[in-house]
Design a binder for this molecule. Structure first.
Ligand code: 6GU
Length: 273
């Protein structure tokens, strides 16, 4: 997979050299190119922004540097044999970046990221490139960052770990929280490793039982418990067909009950645990 990132802070993308993404690069699974947007400015001050039409606070990133940068970068990529580019535009007004989007992007051969500073990029840039390639405007969560660079790091890490031969073990993401279809989108429960006792704290006996069926059931119950506590919206959204008899028992103990339509809702409680 080829990745191009155009930014006014190339050094912000240094983490792409380390850890999982760095290893994927070293193994030849990822071909990463970081570009300084100011290379495509032609005035003495290397201007990339200007005041917004219609007034208002903040600055807007100008069309010309982005247009010239994207033209040159995509032309160079095609020349180097890349094909099928997708433009990924990180913005707090994008659609939510989810595991599903990560899977989609991991199946593309070439991602071009345009992290912006200030109040964003002149709308005409995304419109222009949308006529040439798919454009994904994505937000990584309901909060506002000063720029899209951190989002690029988040997105590349979520995508890179899905590439064949990057995680080492193909099973590793089968049980991911949010893996499509996995555990009906429950959060993963707690995990433990040696030593068996640490500062007087043991581990749940069932994990030492060697009884795979009971261990799987315990993990499922812990996943339900954790999801009910931290992400009740995921339980409410679940197709009730995803819950077996024991799931229903566990949910009932946690204070959840099926409504007439079959979906689960939570009984009001006096105390929070
Ligand atoms: Cl992708 N960019 C910025 N600037 N803020 C964000 C975001 C992206 N996602 C959530 N907040």
């Amino acid at each position: 997979m080829r990745l191009d990132v155009v930014t006014i802070f190339p050094e912000y993308l240094e983490p792409l050299n380390v850890s999982l993404v760095g290893k994927a690069r070293a193994r030849g699974r990822l071909d990463v190119h970081v570009h300084d947007l100011r290379r495509w400015t032609y005035d003495r001050h290397n201007t990339v922004d200007d005041t917004p039409y219609g007034g208002g606070p903040g600055m807007v990133m100008k069309t010309e540097p982005w247009g010239d940068a994207l033209d040159e970068i995509t032309a160079d990529g095609y020349e180097a044999g890349a094909h099928g580019p997708v433009l990924v535009v990180p913005t707090p007004s994008g659609r939510p970046f989810t595991q599903e989007v990560a899977v989609e992007l991991s199946q593309r051969p070439w991602l071009v990221f345009t992290p912006a500073r200030y109040e964003g990029i002149d709308r005409r840039v995304t419109e222009e490139y949308a006529t040439r390639m798919p454009v994904y405007e994505v937000s990584i969560g309901d909060y506002v960052l000063a720029g899209g660079e951190a989002a690029v790091l988040v997105i590349t890490e979520a995508v890179a770990r899905l590439l064949p031969g990057v995680l080492g073990n193909a099973e590793s993401h089968r049980d991911d929280s949010f893996a499509p279809g996995a555990m009906a989108n429950l959060l993963e429960g707690p995990v433990y490793t040696k030593p068996p006792v640490w500062r007087g704290r043991g581990i749940p006996d069932v994990l030492l039982s060697g009884h795979h069926g009971r261990i799987a059931r315990w993990r499922r119950d812990e996943a339900l418990r954790r999801t009910a506590l931290h992400r009740p919206d995921l339980i409410e959204r679940c197709d009730p067909a995803a819950f077996d008899k024991k799931d229903r028992e566990t949910l009932s103990i946690l204070g959840w009950a099926p409504e007439p339509g079959g979906r689960f809702w939570r009984r009001p409680r006096d105390v929070e645990e």
